[in-house]
Design a protein around this ligand. Sequence first.
Ligand code: KG4
Ligand code: ZN
Length: 337
Amino acid sequence: MTRYILGIETSCDDTSAAVVDDTLRVRAVQTTSQTNLHALFGGVIPELAARNHIAWIFPVIDTALKKSGVASADLSAVAVTNYPGLLGSLLVGVGAAKGLSLGLKKPLIAVNHLEAHIHSAFLDRAERPTAPYLALVVSGGHTTLMEMAEEGTTVLAETMDDAAGEAYDKIAKIAKLPYPGGPAIDKIAQTGDPSRYDLPHLMRSGKYKDTLAFSFSGIKSAVKRILEEEGDTVALADLMACFQSRVVELIERRLTAAWEQKPYTALVVAGGVAANSAVRTMAQSFTERRGVPLYLPQLKYCQDNGAMVAAAAFPRLDRGDFSPLDFDVTATCRPQK
Ligand code: KG4
Ligand code: ZN
């Protein structure tokens, strides 16, 4: 009999629920994005995000269930993101999931948001990577490189300051481009000449040169300086093209270094920034050159969504590894097992 999981995601500013079956086919996904609201402030306001989740959470869950055609009695489990994220936002999804689990008498599965992003790459796809594979989550909150092995997940590297998406958002704000900055910069960068500006190459020298770590605050300052110096005369498309090429260059250098340490069976790149055209092209050619499969989420699953939460919960359902009703939320990543 087909098993279904209801996945709930409220870790930041998207209220989302989805029903996914055990082949990871998405039966329905419903997301209410608060982007336009937070755009008024140029960034996510945590308390506003939490309040809006409260308003939307049950309509979103109801709609996802109705669209899926799956009766709530036929669900095998309720899954929800419980870390990392904004505490107020997480609590809304977790409260709803606990209530549903109690009311429907269904097991509860608390999911790590980064693992959920990784599983977004397997949605609506027939095959899965075999361990050990390399996974990079690049989003507004994280830039995390992970080894996914049979024995568990090892974090190989993280950003030392801003996340990649955060750098996009902050630079867009300084450049007066629309919020969120990632899609806006991606679009304008495609029309620009990346060689016109001489921005620094990220971490190509210095003490972190030979590590796997990421840092994006230096390039943000360099772009800011040029924008201040050149004012209205700045060639914005060229500057953004150069910024984007430096970001992608660092990501590629880190993937290359990780691959030199160990040849992996596959690469997963996920998270909001996995929607970036240059990141996708680089990941494609990176894996083609190595003859390994690339798992990139479809564009519609790069952004936070409930389907990826349900997908990440299936291995736990298979193992009968459920969460107790009193599990907590955490803002940051706990140490990985
Ligand atoms: O995964 P996500 O929806 O939320 C977090 O968990 O952070 O990622 C949102 C981030 C934002 O910073 C946004 O600017 C960025 O993903 N983003 C992009 C693109 N589309 C979204 N960054 C670069 N290029 C894009 N095309
Ligand atoms: Zn996310």
